[in-house]
Design a protein around this ligand. Structure first.
Ligand SMILES: NC(=O)c1ccc[n+]([C@@H]2O[C@H](COP(=O)([O-])OP(=O)(O)OC[C@H]3O[C@@H](n4cnc5c(N)ncnc54)[C@H](O)[C@@H]3O)[C@@H](O)[C@H]2O)c1
Length: 460
């Protein structure tokens, strides 16, 4: 099938590439001309494991093309997927500016019947906004074309996006029209050879399903972070609690990790968007507000622990800290709402210096936090730790699991480790000689005398 993808970011680029891999003819359109030029030169503007090889193969086969021209790309397409960004607006609601703008462009340039599929995460009612905007543009041109708007929210995870897209857990389609669902079934047929995973429902339910999924995941994290705070109060260990709770088959182990808060382009914005949407309906979504509040608080927990630890050693000003991991989670270069950025800002404000390292997110990070007198980008973990008063782990990249502590201890000024992702065992870290401070567990001090001197308050 001839498919147009509008918006060539994490979702659009992966979706377009995977659709081409399944034999469809795909044009990926983006208003960012620099991005399109890069893609046409085989340069992928995002980090996503497995994407490069797949993309190059499909470009070479002629099934995948990139453009910034609406008129050209709409001529041949029968179906177009809207994959533009829907960022959080100042009031917390979903900003639909790009959805409206892309819909107006579709109406201004379509030259035949079209099925419009909304893949971006959008609040209930957005399909009608798209319908109205396209129709207005068609009316302005005085032309008559048939079109329908379908909801098809995306569930891929950055870092595993190619796999998620090629083998989706489920494909949710929101439509009331049989003709539209038949086209969607045809598009997704090659993805369902193993077994059927397509769910057809009404548009509003499909739109809400996406938010519900992210809210559920965010809720699990915030709940564990809340329990981690209680564990600290009583000297319990949140990791042990996680195992005890996760072993209940009704609950399971996924998304039960306490840490320095969730970030990314989806969870924070989608929770906020649903709070705002509910508010607009006069509905007070109390639980959603709590999920968000706990997460906002959690992003400051590590800074609080650092401040408390160094209080008796002259404070944070003038100290240097190695921050390992900058992206909001491993296997991506995405920094949107990353907890590391919140911590860096707080440390710089407190007068500290930072030495930063991330396996892939440093080019993106340099734009968000430019290198300077107190901001240094290191070439690896050891160089980041050089001369530092402590190491702070903020993203659980696999390569950080086995840090070369022997080398690290020769370059560190002080053997102090703040673990924002609970990656290490307190006992082992203590044995190596670290003062080890994590989340939801007792702090472990290398020197037991220090314990009374620098006991850290337990509340986040
Ligand atoms: N990133 C994820 O993990 C993920 C997962 C599931 C769903 N989503 C949702 O998918 C949507 C896209 O997310 P993303 O992370 O891919 O965003 P992104 O910011 O990476 O990409 C969006 C792209 O759309 C382009 N764009 C904006 N307006 C345009 C227009 N009028 N015409 C053509 N191109 C336009 C931008 O230039 C950009 O390249 C969002 O609604 C997001 O919530 C994201």
């Amino acid at each position: 099938m001839e498919i147009l993808i509008i918006g060539t970011g994490y979702v659009g680029l992966v979706t377009g590439t995977c659709m081409a891999e399944m034999g469809h003819h795909v044009i990926c359109l983006d208003i960012n001309e620099e991005k399109v030029a890069q893609l046409n030169q085989g340069i992928i503007p995002i980090y996503e494991p497995g994407l490069h090889e797949l993309l190059m193969r499909n470009v070479a086969s002629g099934r995948l093309k990139f453009t910034s021209s609406y008129p050209q790309s709409l001529t041949d397409s029968k179906v177009c997927f809207l994959c533009v960004d829907t960022p959080v607006a100042a009031d917390g609601s979903a900003n639909l500016h790009q959805i409206r703008s892309a819909s107006a462009a579709i109406g201004a340039h379509m030259s035949g019947d079209l099925l419009i599929v909304v893949k971006s995460t959008v609040p209930p009612g957005t399909a009608s906004v798209v319908q109205k905007t396209v129709q207005e543009a068609l009316d302005e041109r005085g032309v008559l074309y048939g079109f329908d708007v379908v909801s098809n929210p995306e569930f891929l995870k950055e870092g595993n996006a190619v796999n998620d897209c090629l083998k989706p857990d489920r494909v949710v389609i929101g439509t009331n029209r049989a003709e539209s669902s038949e086209i969607m079934k045809e598009i997704y047929a090659p993805f369902m050879l193993n077994h059927e995973r397509l769910m057809i429902m009404d548009v509003a339910s499909a739109e809400i399903t996406k938010y519900a999924s992210n809210i559920m995941l965010a809720a699990r994290i915030s709940l564990m972070n809340e329990l981690a705070g209680i564990c600290e109060k009583v000297g319990a260990n949140i990791d042990k609690v996680r195992l005890g709770v996760g072993s209940d088959s009704r609950i399971g182990y996924q998304f039960l990790y306490a840490g320095a808060g969730y970030g990314g382009s989806c969870l924070p914005k989608d929770v906020k968007a649903m709070i705002s949407f509910a508010n607009g309906l006069g509905y007070n979504a109390e639980m959603l507000q709590s999920i968000n509040r706990v997460n906002e608080r959690q992003k400051h927990v590590i800074f609080g622990k650092m401040k408390a630890y160094f209080e008796k050693a002259g404070g944070l000003a003038g100290k240097t800290f190695a921050i390992l991991g900058l992206s909001f989670k491993p296997d991506t270069d995405d920094l949107r709402e990353a907890s590391a950025l919140v911590l860096i800002e707080e440390l710089l404000k407190a007068g500290a210096s930072v030495r930063l390292f991330d396996p892939v997110a440093m080019p993106a990070a340099k734009k968000a936090v430019p290198p300077g007198e107190r901001v240094f980008y290191a070439k690896d973990e050891i160089s980041a730790a050089d001369g530092c008063d402590a190491i702070v782990l903020m993203t659980e990249w696999k390569q950080f699991r086995f840090l070369d502590f022997e080398k690290v201890s020769t370059v560190l000024k002080k053997m102090v480790f703040f673990d924002g992702r609970n990656q290490y065992s307190p006992d082992k870290m203590q044995k190596i000689g670290f003062d080890y401070i994590s989340i939801g567990k007792k702090n472990a001090y290398a020197d037991s005398l220090k314990k009374t001197e620098t006991q850290i308050p337990v509340t986040p």
